[in-house]
Design a protein around this ligand. Structure first.
Ligand code: NBG
Length: 831
């Protein structure tokens, strides 16, 4: 086929196949499904496995998704629009099939097509695993953004890493978290297409040579000591009845040129070893959320995917006949945290060293291209690379960073900045072992910097990047996070989605604010009853799942009180546990009045090297065993730890929750997005004034939100006054009793030592001020129980929560990015 400027439509028309070669009718789907099953997978009907059925269906739908992608790309190219490249080291797309069916509007057609073949869509959906290519909120946010970018018709592409092993699989053995590898590719991945022709060479190590060329131009050669090839793997991401975009993930491979021709036996093995070593780069995701490990391989991963992505953008740009001096007019590149921030130096290198651009022009372009999103204020999570490591892996980039820094510091000196200020703002941290501050590199190299909630953006400006915000006030902005409500409500909670659409129409699918039309039904008792029926159904389904996974039987009539997220001290899962222990002790004392029957549900992974987080899981499972086995207690409360929290499990949990626990110490949770998913599914929130909780409360109304705990200011005040947690232990009977219980041995077959580290941590430092917030939390829980006992009141609040959550769609977040940061316009396909 020769290259023509013809549209995809015209090709099909010319062979008489009609424009709808991948039709959406029941018959089209059925025919294509059988075609995939027999001719693509080569299956004999009698030997078909459930995975075959799933794969055939996925391939059927992938064709339709690709059609949208091809059409969108045609349109983007024609309109010559500015586009967005989202650079993220993590993505958590979740299962694709259900979401794609919704977006193509063919759930019913597919169900029927399968039913006619005696197959069940739900069983097929259940077959799908998920790419666990992220740790938590940050990776999931990237995937929510892909969904919204496609839906809004923004010319865009998401770049990342195709880890062969994603986030570990969590099992619970004898109460402890155990990690096993996540072999997500083992039964194949029908959604991706490998693009062997889209590949780039990435260099590592070695040294640089500086010289002046014939035209008197100063030039630098980078003579690396190894090279690795990155190959593109594309997954189409569909918008809702809209465009399709691509998530392009890079896989590391040995470069073609590695030399098999000159081997003897020994060299052959060495050559193969070298190949394996190359592939190591994209082998496994680092399972640390909010923490930096300083690992060489991690830096290599970051550079690898960034370099491939930038080379790819430059290729896209120049093959369309454009000049590099216009690069920033065609691309806005969003840095999802500092993980891809080496891109600032890499774009400089590509422009200056490889494309012979002058430094000043290259720097102008770079600074008009990048924008940086910060996702955490936790000091231990701010990325730094030692100068010695960075210089060894990326010698040329270290030189470029030094050059950027020296020019930047010169600017500060000219402005009269003091030595102290300059040391604070420098890209190089000279305290201790010299290291590169990646957040500073990202800030200096970007035209906009944003936090992910109002509070977080404010704290970012007043704390972590304070000096930069003073220098460039206009550079800083906020974009509050949002979630893909279609996945987390329409796909996960069809009962609620149908009820809502029946009342107010389906406009909320593309315009979440229209949920406000539900407000008028908040007190309607018939509607309330239906609202509760849906919740009960979802809880019953979760009950079955809990029993399957943990063997624990729970009663769906109980209050489902849920905390699911990564396990971290700052998120304070143990605060919830301390309260459960208090309830247990009360019940044992026979003081059961005012306790609403509750099931406490936890899920989440702990970083494998994070001892206290793992001990918190051990504590939850210990409390679960104690409570669930005690006849006197288990009628009133139960405790469950669901192993291996991931997107698929999350989609079962949110719809079944009554109460959402968002109880981090104020100032620590940048935004939270689980908080939004819960509230959108009708859970009420108990939470602190942290992250996006603040805005959720503003929206849903103080009276519909269970607020407790100190504010950021109060926390700082407490710290300034010299926080002494031991004092709370001494002065507060309840705290003393609960903490003593931790080390009484009753939770651990007489072992008094097991939970000592947590006990000591709380009594000696309590860095997240649990003890200080404990009373306020318990008091609020009493109120929760009271409101729960008034089901009409509870349901009214639940309806109002949903009705007022319109702000928290990722569609709105992406619109904010477009308006405040990228300055890009939608190019929607017409179909
Ligand atoms: C996380 C924050 C969350 C936030 C997500 C998405 C990191 C580094 N940060 O509060 O902890 O919701 O990012 O912005 O993973």
């Amino acid at each position: 086929m020769k290259k023509h400027n013809r549209s995809i439509e015209s090709y099909f028309e010319s062979v008489g196949a009609g424009a709808s070669d991948v039709g959406l009718s029941k018959e089209d789907i059925k025919k294509d499904f059988l075609h995939k099953l027999f001719y693509h997978l080569g299956r004999v009907p009698a030997l078909t496995t459930p995975n075959d059925l799933y794969t055939a269906m996925a391939l059927t739908i992938r064709d339709r998704a690709l059609r949208k992608f091809v059409r969108s790309t045609e349109e983007f190219t024609q309109q010559d629009a500015r586009g967005v490249a989202y650079l993220s080291a993590e993505y958590l797309p979740g299962p694709h099939l259900g979401n794609n069916l919704l977006n193509l509007h063919i759930v019913e057609e597919t169900k029927e097509a399968l039913a006619e073949l005696d197959l069940d869509l739900d069983e097929i959906l259940d077959q799908e695993g998920e790419p666990g290519l992220g740790n938590g909120g940050l990776g999931r946010l990237a995937s929510c953004f892909m969904d919204s970018l496609a839906t809004l018709g923004i010319p865009s592409i998401g770049y990342g890493i195709r880890y062969e092993f994603g986030i570990f699989k969590q099992e619970i053995r004898e109460g402890w978290q155990m990690e096993t590898t996540d072999k997500w590719l083992h039964s194949g991945n029908p959604w991706e297409i490998v693009r062997p022709e889209i590949s780039y060479v990435v260099k590592f190590g070695g040294r640089t040579e500086h010289r002046t060329n014939g035209q008197n131009r100063y030039e630098v050669d980078w003579l690396p000591d190894s090279e690795i090839k990155g190959t593109a793997y594309d997954t189409p991401i569909l918008g809702y009845q809209s465009n399709g975009i691509i998530m392009r993930l890079w896989k590391a491979e040995a470069v073609e040129s590695f030399d098999f021709s000159v081997y003897n036996m020994g060299d052959y093995y060495r050559a193969v070893e070298k190949k394996l070593r190359s592939e190591n780069i994209t082998k496994v995701l680092y399972p640390n959320d909010e923490n930096l490990s300083g690992k060489e391989l991690r830096l290599k991963q970051q550079y690898f995917f960034v370099s491939c992505s930038l080379q790819d953008m430059i290729r896209l740009h120049t093959t369309q006949g454009r000049e590099l001096k216009n690069f920033h007019e065609k691309f806005a590149i969003q840095l999802n945290d500092t993980h891809p921030s080496i891109a600032v130096a890499e774009l400089m290198r590509l422009l200056v060293d490889e494309h012979e651009m002058e430094w000043d022009e290259a720097w102008d372009i770079t600074r008009q291209t990048f924008a940086y999103t910060n996702h955490t204020l936790l000091p231990e999570a701010l990325e730094k690379w030692t100068v010695s490591l960075l210089g060894r892996i990326l010698p040329r980039h270290l030189e470029i960073i030094y050059e950027i820094n020296s020019r930047f510091l010169e600017e500060l000196r000219d402005k009269g900045y003091s030595g102290d200020q300059i040391a604070r703002m420098s890209l190089i941290d000279e305290q201790g072992e010299p290291s590169v501050r990646m957040a500073h590199l990202a800030t200096v190299g970007s035209f906009k910097v944003n936090g992910v909630s109002e509070l977080h953006s404010r704290l970012l400006k007043s704390q972590v990047l304070n000096d930069f915000a003073d220098l460039w006030p206009g550079k800083f902005t906020n974009v509050t996070n949002g979630v893909a409500h279609r996945r987390f409500v329409a796909v996960s909670n069809p009962g609620l989605a149908n009820l809502i659409s029946e009342k107010i129409g389906s406009g909320w699918l593309t315009n979440l604010s229209s949920l406000s039309e539900l407000e008028k039904f908040a007190k309607d008792e018939k509607f309330q009853q239906r609202w509760r029926d849906v919740k009960l159904q979802n809880k019953t389904a979760l009950t079955r799942f809990i029993e399957e996974q943990t063997g624990v039987k729970v009663d769906p009539a109980m209050l489902f009180d849920v905390q699911v997220k990564r396990i971290h001290e700052y998120k304070r899962q143990h605060l919830m546990v301390l309260h459960i222990i208090d309830l247990y002790l009360r019940i044992k004392d026979g003081k059961t009045e005012n306790i609403a029957p509750s099931t406490f549900i936890f899920a989440g992974k702990a970083a494998p090297g994070y001892f206290l987080a793992k001990l918190i899981i051990r504590l939850i499972t210990a409390v679960a065993d104690l409570v669930n086995d005690d006849e006197e207690v288990n009628k009133l409360i139960k405790v469950v730890f669901l192993p291996n929290f991931n997107v698929k499990q999350a989609q079962r949990v949110y719809p079944a929750a009554d109460l959402s626990e968002q109880i981090s110490m104020a100032g620590k949770e940048a935004s939270g997005t689980g908080n939004m998913k819960f509230a959108l599914n009708g859970a009420l929130t108990i939470g602190t004034l942290d992250g996006a909780n603040v805005e959720i409360r503003e929206e849903v109304g103080d009276e519909n939100f269970f607020l407790f705990g100190q504010t950021t200011e109060e926390i700082q005040q407490t710290r300034r006054e010299g926080y002494r947690p031991y004092q709370y232990y001494e002065e507060n009977e309840k705290i003393k009793r609960v903490l003593d219980f931790l080390v009484s041995g009753e939770l651990a077959n007489g072992d008094k030592e097991l939970f000592k580290p947590l006990y000591n941590n709380l009594l000696q430092q309590d860095p997240y001020q649990l003890l200080k917030d404990f009373d306020s939390y318990c008091t609020k829980k009493e109120e929760v129980f009271k409101v729960w006992n008034d089901q009409k009141e509870w349901t009214k609040r639940s309806i109002l929560n949903v009705a007022r959550m319109g702000k928290f769609s990722s569609d709105r977040s992406i619109q904010d990015y477009c308006d405040r940061i990228w300055q890009v316009k939608p190019v929607k396909i017409q179909e």
